[in-house]
Design a protein around this ligand. Structure first.
Ligand code: OSB
Ligand code: MG
Length: 374
């Protein structure tokens, strides 16, 4: 990774609203429309784009479109605009004394990564140490109205070429559902994500899920309950994967010490950006914990950043990074992200993100906008 000196002349912060092609239901609620924040940073006639993949409500994380817009406009961007800096690596120093808000930070950092790659005329992947030319991906399927609907959704995605499926589970939609999916699709690479819907007392019931031959069970317990996850990891045959529980390197150390995880879902926005996620990737490599890149229903901008993260060799398992059309009828990038016939995604080789941002469409879906010039 390299980064030269640059000065951001202007940041634009946009809150955007985009309808999802299918509602996405998890144990914490249903989303039918994404309300997220896009950050752009301009220098010498070039513009880099990043995304803080928040939501209107604090369901997955405490940040919302409202908090991210405020934190970016009033606290983060003013510290960065109009001063020479040594690329994205300068950010932790500039943000000293500001607590929390990892997604807002990650959005700004991502815009700087894209901008610095564009200023140097290289691809973002080359700039961030990504070596893969294409990446393995899967699709994350929300809780459906009934079994028939879930099986039909899986069938539809398999026909589109996806080769790994993650189903969302919650009490009442779990062991039997996973077994049914396994019965109908005996060879499928199947994962399950509970988004914290269980309590330690549910362990005996959850043991039933081992029979479904899942490759992993993601975040069954409350994010603060590392000890509970350690007990479940020991008691279940299904490998235990953490998501929400690991937001910083200290939580990762605690989780490793406690043996609370066998796999880690890294979402750069959850951990505060690319730099933090690469640190966790290295720490996991050392500890023998496979990692993969999660998703937060990002627009094309956040999606391309995730593709770049997943192009690094430490990201060994297929990510939750699907094609644009799985989420949106029209994406903010041109061309949209599409699946290859091998069921993979290509890592863009063009300069920066390697796709154009459709500014007219981006403006059309923008509901609030602010400029920060320092
Ligand atoms: O827990 O991984 C999660 C989406 C929103 C919030 C949390 C999660 C998810 C996903 C979707 O699983 C991943 C994607 O396709 O972007
Ligand atoms: Mg998850």
């Amino acid at each position: 990774m390299s980064a030269g000196t640059m000065t951001v002349e202007e940041f634009a912060i946009r809150m955007v609203r985009m309808p999802l092609v299918h509602p996405f239901r998890t144990s914490f609620g249903e989303e039918t429309e994404r309300e997220t924040v896009i950050v752009s940073a301009t220098s010498q006639g070039r513009t880099g784009f990043g995304e803080a993949p928040v939501a209107r409500l604090p369901g997955y994380a405490y940040e919302t479109s409202g908090t991210a817009f405020h934190v970016l406009r009033d606290l983060l961007a003013p510290r960065v605009a109009n001063r020479p800096l040594d690329g994205p690596r300068a950010l932790p120093g500039l943000f000293e004394g500001l607590k929390g808000h990892p997604m807002a930070r990650a959005g700004l950092e991502a815009a700087l990564w894209d901008l610095s790659a564009r200023l140097e005329g290289v691809s973002l992947a080359a700039h961030c140490g990504g070596r893969r030319k294409e990446i393995d991906v899967g699709v994350s399927i929300g809780i459906q109205p009934d079994r028939k609907a879930l099986l039909a959704r899986i069938e539809e995605f398999l026909e589109q070429g996806y080769r790994r499926v993650k189903i969302k589970i919650r009490p009442g939609w779990d062991v039997e559902i996973a077994s049914e999916v396994r019965r109908v699709f005996p060879e499928l690479r199947l994962w399950a994500d509970a988004n914290q819907a269980y309590r330690r007392e549910d362990l005996d019931r959850m043991k039933g899920i081992d029979a479904a031959g899942l490759e992993l069970l993601e975040q069954p317990l409350h994010e603060s309950d590392l000890l509970g996850h350690a007990r479940w990891a020991e008691a279940l045959e299904t490998p235990l994967c953490l998501d929400e529980s690991v937001k910083d390197p200290y939580q990762l150390e605690n989780a490793l010490d406690l043996k609370a995880l066998q796999v880690l879902n890294i979402k750069p926005p959850r951990v505060g950006g690319m730099l933090a996620s690469f640190e966790m990737e290295s720490r996991c490599a050392e500890a023998g914990i496979p990692v993969w890149c999660g998703g937060l229903l990002e627009t094309g901008i956040g999606r391309l950043h995730n593709v770049v993260a997943a192009s690094r060799e430490g990201f060994a398992l297929p990510g939750d990074i699907s094609a644009s059309g799985r989420y949106f009828a029209r994406d903010v990038i041109v061309p949209p992200v599409t699946l290859t016939e091998r069921g993979t995604l290509e890592v863009p080789r063009g300069v920066g993100l390697g796709h154009d941002v459709d500014i007219d469409y981006l403006d059309a879906v923008t509901v609030r906008k602010a400029a920060v010039t320092g």
